[in-house]
Design a protein around this ligand. Structure first.
Ligand SMILES: [Mn+2]
Length: 256
């Protein structure tokens, strides 16, 4: 009986809530709430400061590198937080195909144009593209604050399985345990896969271990290395929200 009469009185007072202060008391209550809200929003940066949480606007992780020698002329630009869009032109069809896979599966946007001394062979062009791309990624990573740092990938491609493990440490090191049953894939020299990885790792400042556990087809073996690098890279350079912008090292630096 009590409940019913309350409901009637709330309706008859056109939406006014039972028990809510009126007149001067209402004015005081509401301005108190407004003050509390504004105090709370002002104190958020202070709270973050106290907890050593970065509240900077996240920097754009993108960079471009131009590299010109007597052997090659290379432009490479990257956006680490991209969608995997790629615009690649090296003059070597199979190598373009590999770099497109690297962009696509790392979700790094990449624009690479390379003009090299292909009349000699593909060596300089592949190696110098690795150098320029590695430098661009290193530059885009900056102080490496907030990244996941370690990651790995097991990458199957039909009969082939390749494992790639990565530490975005600032310390360059390559372990490459992959061999090819053929010297060429189309016009591409398979020994240059290792050359690319070596140049990339040295200039990106990363430790990368590549091992093809088994596989027969040279195209699959090469592609599994590039895609494995892509997948591991994607995870390792991703911003880890639990790092809260800290550099993931007890040394406090990943500068190498
Ligand atoms: Mn392919």
């Amino acid at each position: 009986m009590m409940v019913k009469s309350r409901r009637v009185s709330a309706q008859s007072s056109r939406g006014r809530v039972e028990g809510y202060p009126r007149g001067r008391a209402r004015h005081v209550a509401e301005s108190k709430v407004r003050q509390e809200i504004s105090k709370a929003s002002q104190s958020v940066p202070d709270l973050l400061e106290q907890r050593h949480i970065s509240h900077r606007v996240p920097k754009m992780r993108a960079a471009a590198v131009s590299r010109k020698t007597k052997e090659t002329e290379i432009e490479a630009s990257v956006d680490l937080d991209g969608t995997g869009a790629a615009k690649i032109q090296t003059g070597i069809g199979f190598f373009d195909h590999m770099l497109e896979q690297l962009a696509r599966h790392s979700l790094i946007d990449m624009a690479i144009s390379a003009r090299g001394d292909l009349h000699i062979d593909q060596h300089h062009t592949v190696e110098d593209t690795g150098i320029a791309l590695g430098q661009a990624i290193r530059k885009a990573l900056g102080d490496r604050a907030g990244i996941t740092r370690y990651a790995d990938a097991l990458l199957p491609m039909d009969e082939t399985l390749t494992r790639v493990a990565i530490d975005v440490s600032g310390r360059p090191f390559l372990v490459f345990k992959t061999s090819f049953p053929r010297e060429k894939i189309g016009e591409f020299d398979t020994e240059l896969v290792r050359e690319f990885f070596q140049a990339f790792v040295m200039n990106a400042g990363m430790t990368v271990h590549v091992e093809t556990l088994y596989g027969e087809n040279a195209h699959h073996i090469s592609e599994s290395c590039f895609k494995g690098l892509a997948r591991a890279l994607r995870l390792a350079i991703e911003q880890d929200p639990r790092q809260k912008g800290a550099i993931p090292s007890t040394k406090g630096t990943l500068a190498g």
